[in-house]
Every structure is written in structure tokens, then in C-alpha cells.
Design a protein around this ligand. Structure first.
Ligand SMILES: C[S@@+](CC[C@H](N)C(=O)[O-])C[C@H]1O[C@@H](n2cnc3c(N)ncnc32)[C@H](O)[C@@H]1O
Length: 233
């Protein structure tokens, strides 16, 4: 298999992404949902957010890229733990909300970037110690787009850097429900979710050591997720 960087470059330098309309609809959906629900996931950090912050601090790392930060429940936890956080999302108002919540005390260590993760990440190679993302990889992205994204995460992480991400998996109650978009993606209530199977986790780990895959649940449904921890070679 080719290096993740090459996979990403090949995809990202090419034609426009295939699923433009789906992602355009999803961006509107998220912007409108966040506008209508100022604390959609509540003010407390998620369980994987707490665990990721603790692990990153324990390893003595400092520069963290957070993908799909949303309204920042985990961004704030990472900042409170003393980390430098670059929060990225394609919902601009959500990022502005995080900056406002951070306030003067934490804002000095916060950067935000509005960006669609189907495109090359706008950062130099090896510029982060860790990449954290809760439920971003499990959005409407196709497997090809996920390949490119994993390659980009590999490119911007320093060797030895951590990538911690969570995804809903094929044991989730919503797997197979709603409108199928192919590639294990289903639309339910206006949101598209890519449900992961184990081979997809292993495929995205090319160029990384896959250190841990832990199942957990979140929310009332409940959502059934995996927390994946991998280390850049
Ligand atoms: C399920 S929410 C999780 C938000 C946050 N991580 C949390 O747990 O509170 C997914 C987030 O990914 C963002 N997102 C979805 N697709 C994206 C894309 N293609 N590029 C950038 N952000 C995206 C959404 O705007 C949303 O903030």
C-alpha cells in the first residue's frame, strides 16, 4: 500500500470531491442545528474528550488539532488542561461560539479554522503533537475521503504523535436505518452517519500503530461508538 501522504495528495489534488451535494446539505444542517441549539451536546466534556485530554497531558504533548470541534465541549476541556488547541470545523458560528466561551483566560491558546476536511488540511507537515476528533470521521465522508483525511492527519502529525478519534460502528441501533447513501452511510433525521466496521478502522491506520479500539456508548439512543487511538510512525 502507498504511504498515507501519497494517498491524500492524489485524492486532494484531483477533481472536486464526489459527494459535494451531500456535504453541502450536511454543512447547512449542522449550521442550522447549532444555531437552534446553542448547547447541543451540553456544556460538559464528553468521556472520550476527558480521556484524550488526560492521555495527551500524560504524554507531555502540547499542540493539539481538533477536527469537527462543534460547539467546543471538548475543546474547552483540552484548553483547561493547559494544551494549545487548533479547533477546526465547517460550521463558522460554532467556532465563534467556542472562542466566546473560552474567554480571555483560555483564548490565548485557542486557534480556530473554518474548513471542510475533504480538502487538504491547511497546516504544515509535522505541526501537531496530537489530533483529537469526536464523531467527525463518522460523518458523511466516503471511504475514499476518509483515506485522504487519515493521510492528511498523518502528514500534519509529528512522528510519535497521537491520533484519537471516535466513530459510530455497525453495532449501533441506527446502522441500516434510514436512507442508504452507500458505503455504510445512512441518513436519519437529516444527519448522515458513516458506520464503521473493523476493516475500515484498520485501513485508516496505514502509517500508524493501531494502539487501542475501545467500545463505549453515549447519549439516550444510545449511540454505540469506538474510541480509536493510533500513533503516527
Ligand atoms: C457529531 S458533531 C460532533 C461535534 C463535537 N466534536 C462534539 O462531540 O461535541 C460533528 C461535527 O463535525 C462537523 N463536520 C461534519 N462534516 C464536516 C466536514 N466535512 N468538515 C468539517 N467539519 C465537519 C460538524 O459541523 C459538527 O460540528
Amino acid at each position: 500500500m502507498s504511504e498515507p501522504r501519497d494517498r491524500a495528495a492524489g485524492k486532494l489534488a484531483g477533481a472536486a470531491p464526489a459527494d459535494d451535494r451531500v456535504i453541502g446539505d450536511q454543512q447547512r444542517q449542522w449550521v442550522e442545528t447549532f444555531a437552534a441549539n446553542p448547547e447541543m451536546y451540553g456544556p460538559e466534556p464528553s468521556e472520550p474528550g476527558r480521556l484524550a485530554a488526560a492521555l495527551i497531558v500524560a504524554e507531555g504533548l502540547s499542540a493539539v488539532l481538533e477536527l469537527g470541534a462543534g460547539q467546543g465541549r471538548d475543546t474547552l476541556e483540552l484548553l483547561r488542561r493547559g494544551l494549545e488547541v487548533h479547533a477546526l470545523d465547517f460550521a463558522p458560528d460554532a467556532l465563534a461560539y467556542i472562542a466566546a466561551l473560552a474567554g480571555p483566560e483560555l483564548a490565548g491558546r485557542l486557534r480556530t479554522t473554518v474548513h471542510d476536511v475533504r480538502l487538504a488540511l491547511p497546516f504544515a507537515e509535522r505541526s501537531f503533537d496530537a489530533c483529537y476528533s469526536h464523531m467527525l470521521f463518522t460523518m458523511a465522508l466516503t471511504t475514499e475521503e476518509l483515506d485522504a483525511l487519515a493521510g492528511e492527519v498523518h502528514r500534519v502529525l509529528r512522528p510519535g504523535g497521537l491520533c484519537i478519534y471516535t466513530v459510530r460502528h455497525t453495532g449501533d441501533a441506527h446502522y441500516g436505518a434510514g436512507r442508504s447513501l452507500g458505503d455504510n452511510r445512512y441518513e436519519n433525521g437529516g444527519f448522515v452517519v458513516h458506520f464503521f466496521d473493523r476493516p475500515l478502522v484498520e485501513r485508516l491506520a496505514a502509517g500508524f500503530e493501531l494502539e487501542d479500539v475501545t467500545a463505549f456508548e453515549e447519549g439516550g439512543l444510545p449511540r454505540r461508538l469506538w474510541r480509536v487511538t493510533m500513533r503516527r510512525r
